[in-house]
Design a protein around this ligand. Structure first.
Ligand SMILES: NC(=O)c1ccc[n+]([C@@H]2O[C@H](COP(=O)([O-])OP(=O)(O)OC[C@H]3O[C@@H](n4cnc5c(N)ncnc54)[C@H](OP(=O)(O)O)[C@@H]3O)[C@@H](O)[C@H]2O)c1
Length: 355
């Protein structure tokens, strides 16, 4: 699909510049509906001293977008009705009034928005190291917040040790697919749970998982029992619900549950019951810990260095599902909840600068 806006990595001479934006029109009830977000346009203001104008190239779509649209108790303020939707972005500097950045620099401006352009203070925009030949989408997936989530979840919360059995849920997704490969690098036995045979095949045949279960067609608990004959030491949990219960049934003493996400409940309209097998946390002296990647920002260089090295060495592989056009962002977001995505879901907002 064509991207219907001018594309350039040169400074923009022609003001006024228009910003297409997705704003939250109402809080979704259940699945996101077409009227929950509104597409509108606004002029891009002039830059103040110290600011940079960034043209968004990639927009990250994440399950947490659904959380931010709601007013549930959450880890940061929800997006308010009428506000431009929040989202991670990677873009290129078009204009700069900040001496550390120049037009053409590729940057990640902290948390951005669902729009064509963003203006931020220059010191907030982190320059992307393009010199290693790593494709730009990788900085929004394996070598970005996604990979770092997998890294800290497994290392700090999961505390994995060689020889342990690790189960990864939503294993063919952005975080799960990286988490499973890190666990393999660290010498664990890794079983993934995913929603299609094709995803399971990718996990075992290309990513090196020791086993994979299609939770939609296989009987999860007995199959997990077969694939984890020595029980489960670490659960990298992305899903919750019945999947988590099956895992809790098989945990070993001193198991660790790295609670990364609970995607099976994000569209829930009624209160979601806690795990039925919660008692096993007690019986097996297990440790459950939720974590949010934003709490690890000061340790990001450690994760990105490790992940970048593994990607360059070919030890970590990744997939990106790139949907075209900002105008298609709300439709694309649904892919996370239907399981249509494999790997990291991105929207391409505009073209990459020429190398
Ligand atoms: N704690 C943090 O800081 C942090 C950061 C990033 C992400 N997360 C969490 O990590 C999880 C994965 O995020 P991601 O960005 O990597 O997304 P993702 O895994 O790429 O995409 C979501 C996947 O979840 C699966 N899914 C959707 N609905 C489901 C359901 N009802 N039951 C079981 N599986 C379902 C689908 O795969 P199947 O085909 O396998 O069903 C889908 O592809 C989410 O829970 C997210 O909230 C947490």
């Amino acid at each position: 699909m064509p991207i219907n806006r001018p594309l350039t990595n040169r400074p923009l001479a022609n003001r006024p510049l228009t910003n297409r934006q997705w704003k939250l029109a109402q809080r979704p009830v259940g699945e996101i509906s077409p009227t929950d977000l509104e597409f509108s346009e606004a002029p891009v203001p002039e830059l103040a001293k110290g600011e940079v104008l960034i043209r968004n190239i990639y927009l990250s779509l994440d399950p947490t977008n659904r959380i931010w649209m709601s007013d549930m108790d959450q880890y940061m303020p929800p997006v308010e009705i009428g506000d431009v939707m929040r989202g991670g972005t990677l873009g290129v500097v078009e204009e700069s009034r900040f001496k550390g950045l120049s037009p053409g620099d590729v940057v990640i401006p902290g948390l951005g928005n669902w729009q064509d352009y963003v203006i931020v203070p220059g010191e907030q925009a982190n320059k992307v190291p393009t010199e290693f030949g790593i494709p730009l989408p990788a900085f929004m997936s394996a070598v970005g917040m996604t990979g770092a989530t997998a890294y800290f979840g497994l290392m700090d919360i999961g505390k994995i040790k060689p020889g342990e059995t690790v189960v990864i849920t939503a294993a063919a997704g952005a975080v799960g697919s990286i988490a499973g490969q890190i666990a393999k690098i660290k010498g664990a036995r890794v079983i993934g749970i995913a929603g299609t045979d094709e995803k399971c095949k990718w996990l075992t045949e290309e990513l090196g998982f020791d086993g994979a279960i299609n939770y939609k067609t296989e009987d999860l608990l007995p199959r997990l029992g077969e694939l984890c004959p020595d029980g489960i030491d670490v659960d990298f949990e992305n899903v919750g619900g019945a999947t988590l219960d099956a895992i809790l049934t098989l945990i070993n003493n001193n198991a660790r549950i790295a609670l990364c996400g609970l995607i099976s409940s994000y569209n829930a309209t009624e209160p979601v019951p806690g795990p039925y097998m919660f008692q096993n946390i007690l019986m097996h002296r297990a440790h459950v810990e939720g974590f949010i990647i934003l709490d690890y920002l000061d340790r990001m260089p450690e994760a990105l260095m490790a992940l970048g090295t593994w990607v360059l060495e070919g030890r970590i592989k990744y997939k990106v599902d790139i949907q075209q056009g900002l105008e298609n962002a709300p439709t694309a977001l649904k892919r996370l909840f239907t399981g249509e995505n494999t790997g990291k879901l991105l929207v391409q907002v505009s073209e990459e600068p020429e190398a």
